[in-house]
Write a protein that binds this ligand. Structure first.
Ligand code: PNS
Length: 162
């Protein structure tokens, strides 16, 4: 049985992430999305629990969702994961991902497989889309609807939503 993990901060999940998870799900027997971060040390717009909950709402039921606060390779070793799967939008992503992939392989032997981001989502990142939402811009087609609503609600509650 082939097991893959899609790791990331996912603060919050975008439609680009959803596309990568679904494509990974067609390639591996079991796919788990792992939100990395420490629930005891909140950072970012959403708590780790909120990120997990939003992901659960927008991925198919056969994709598992989990979180992890330590080294990713400790998670993959503990759960017998063969492959990490990540999306690559551009050479900038490649430069960022290459040392992490090599470090993870050196530490534990786990391989990283990169899927090229669908061109529809090539310019989409959680941080850029959050910025658009923060100032009242239209994020249709960037976040799943339920996530877009949650982002808008966060900024409304903070009083920064235009
Ligand atoms: O959302 P990102 O920035 O793509 O996620 C990067 C992530 C979460 C994959 C990376 O920061 C990570 O693996 N964090 C867990 C801690 C860890 O294992 N660090 C060493 C990576 S070589």
């Amino acid at each position: 049985m082939t097991k893959a993990v899609c790791p990331g901060s996912f603060d919050p999940i975008t439609l680009g992430h959803v596309d990568i998870f679904n494509r990974a799900n067609a390639m591996f027997d079991e796919v788990t999305v792992v939100v990395t971060g420490n629930p005891e040390k909140p950072s970012g717009l959403f708590s780790v629990e909120e990120r997990v909950e939003l992901i659960r709402q927008v991925v198919p039921a056969d994709i598992k969702v989990d979180w992890w606060a330590g080294l990713l390779v400790d998670y993959t070793t503990k759960h017998g994961v063969d492959t990490l799967v990540k999306g690559l939008r551009s050479s900038l992503d490649y430069e960022y991902e290459l040392p992490m992939a090599q470090m993870n392989r050196r530490l534990s032997g786990v391989d990283t497989a990169f899927l090229l981001t669908d061109e529809k989502y090539g310019y989409i990142s959680s941080s850029l889309c959050k910025q658009v939402a923060q100032y009242g811009g239209d994020v249709t087609g960037m976040f799943p609807d339920v996530v877009a609503a949650a982002v808008q609600e966060k900024y409304r509650a903070k009083g920064t939503y235009a």
